[in-house]
Write a protein that binds this ligand. Sequence first.
Ligand code: MCN
Ligand code: CUN
Length: 833
Amino acid sequence: MSSESDFTAEPEEHQHADDGGPQPEKHCGHGRGGMGESVTRKEDKRFITGRGNYVDDIKKPGMLHCEIVRSPHAHARIEDIDGSRAMALDGVVAVLTADDLLEHDLATMPTLMDDTQDVLVNDKVKFQSQEVAAVIAEDRYTAKDGAEKVEVEYDVLDPVVDAEEALKEDAPLIRDELEDQEDNHIFDWDTGDKEATERVFEEADVTVEQQMEYQRLHPAPIETCGAVADWDPGKDKMTVHMTSQAPHAHRTLFSQVSGIPEHKVRIVSPDVGGGFGNKVPIYPGYVVAAAASYVLERPVKWIEERSENIQTTGFARDYDMTGEIAATEDGVIEGVKVDVLANHGAYNAAAQPSKFPAGFFNIFTGSYDVDAAYGSLTGVFTNTAPGGVAYRCSFRVTEAVYLIERMVKVLADELDVDPAEIRRRNFIPSDAFPYESATGWNYDSGDYEKALDKALEMADYEHYREEQQRRIEEDADKLLGIGISSFTEVVGAGPGKQCDIAGIEMFDSADIRVNPTGNAVLRIGVQTQGQGHETTFAQIVAEELGMDVDNITVEHGDTDTEPYGLGTYGSRSTPVAGAATAVAARKVREKAKSIAANELEAAEEDIEWDRESGEFRVAGAPDRSITITEIAAGAYMNHPGDEEPGLEAVNYYDPPEMTYPFGSYIVIVEVDRETGEVDFEKFVAVDDCGNRINPMVIEGQIHGGLAQGIGTAMLEEVTYDDNGNVTGGDFMNYLLPTANEIPNFETGHTVTPSPHHPIGAKGVGESPTVGSPPAIVNAVVDAMSHAGVSHVEMPMTPDRVWETLDEAGLAISPSQHVHFEFDDGASEEPADD
Ligand code: MCN
Ligand code: CUN
């Protein structure tokens, strides 16, 4: 057993089940790189030796370059576009506008919600930097020069960027092209039982309320979006290499938009340099590149610049939430209410299952056993980039988790109960699963108290509580705050009743082919952007077939060769495609048994598979055994007469339920009363994603996601001025965390398998980003809650924290005692504001 095996430490029994049934299995690290082993990532060799193959690495003979002309205004009617000065430049091949696209029926494209977005603006610009025209040239520099020479005449209109302002009667109408659209209101959505919830609130001992904003964020992957489109008029085939988290879904969309039959469209998503949700939607640049290639019959490359990426593609969050909790005087939560104003930007593009415009926001009762809950939400158009797109969030889970974990802290403070204790009093008990929440969602499994206890122990909680008190009593310059988040995630979209994107019930796929020499290729429909699928999915096959992980190659990202899949987002790869992989492997194993029987001259019923050794054996005769390598040869060269030759299997997996990973994070901060600066003293993260495939990959996911959670809580925000100008549209203003801002993380785990997943695994990719922001905000609030502070908005910049300290009478400001000396010898007291 490998010392790194996840399962050695767990009390649960190891089951070496042979039947591949639906029960969760526990596996041992048997040294072949199966479940629970920290196999080093196969993909890293090419990445760290500079042999990755990203979209911008692709160069084709005769390739042209595309640059997009973007509107400097947030809201303006286009009066005229004159491309003649650009066309006059040596090397400029074409200037495209909406009129050109109209000719080919490519002027609009569907968003991921029921909306339609201009590829190039046809009439009216609706957000700053929207795509107005495209210049195609022999090289990128010429294309860029050309873009600067395109003259566009605008009739500038008043913009509205704030969701509340946009709902006012006199607000400018953004979507005047839509019939029946008389204002900027998009939709109302609600969930839960309103009346029952109201009753609970009326009768409750205690109620608390808190308004909080989840600011607009950008996923900011290192690689921006881009495409190389190549129309082959000889084969009538369109090949698009593009930064895509969902190549097959994008192929279907491309086919629908262009009218090119789907079998004549090939999407290749090569190595992708981070997605984080940014690469789920279709963007105009992709369509423009494809349209240009079609018209010009040459390959066309479009690569986004950093500021274009931040200003126009896929923002996230932007939720203004008001939460309420009703509870007994002992702190038992009886009801939860939330009302949300959601800024969706100029087009309703939120990447969310269509039946639920608010995505998975339903999870806002979190880890707690709540009798009644009601949530309502209003979506609003504004003159900002379209979005509400996923960002390591599983479709609004992030906002829901932030809300409930912040509200629990507000309640704890109101009742003066320890925040760990109040969680304990309200957790869904571990024996209550499967559990149906007050908003009708079916949690598969959980043991929240176990994860919290582990985190409390790792954090040395009691010690820090005492230290916190000591500092308050001694009026110390630096206050201590302890924040907890005991979150529940929901991932693995998913079953039809909840997840249906554009009418497609969600599933995913795996195709395993074992070669005659005993190695195998696994093809999957999901797409990695850094999550390590080439390793972890090989591990699933290694586990299920008794092969060595080095003998399995994982292929993904090419719609011509991979089975149809819906893509990677909502941490669904392991819950769905991982399940498909395990089931496909078990199908191969079944067939292998019959070949083993043939080779060993035994009856098929007598063949047993031994997980530990990976061998097929004759029951009762352990010396008569055969490995998968020998079986593979037999499958092709010596197959049983009544069987098809070959050894392969495909599975399309339709998950019966989502998976509900969870965790407890504890953050301890020091808040400087003089500067408002926040320092991380300790950062503990205990995660539970069911059975773990690769602990090291998981830890990498946790570290990266926690860093993004810190960015969210402390630094990041996309901001606009009143004219609709993006004021945080580059990395000078949109602050990403660096090694300087990131503390040491102490990670731990518990294992509560998913009962419905073939290998008992849940997703984990988004847990840290979802779970950590409320822990961090709770910690900063906790440092000041003895003085009555109940909330600090994100990002918690030093000036914001200092202002909060000041209002609470906690700030110490030496500047109040400083005299400014002037040249003439006069001195002045600083103005008192
Ligand atoms: N894993 C495991 N055992 C489990 C669960 C997961 O070993 N029980 C492994 C998986 O096999 C996979 C990784 O952990 O290698 C993440 O798995 P999973 O939770 O299934 O999530 P996905 O693979 O579907 O990845 C998507 C998720 C999302 S939605 C965002 S956003 C995000 C994230 O992953 N974007 C990322 N992590 C990212 N990490 C990187 N480096 N880059 C991104 O763009
Ligand atoms: Cu919620 S971002 Mo990820 O689903 O691609």
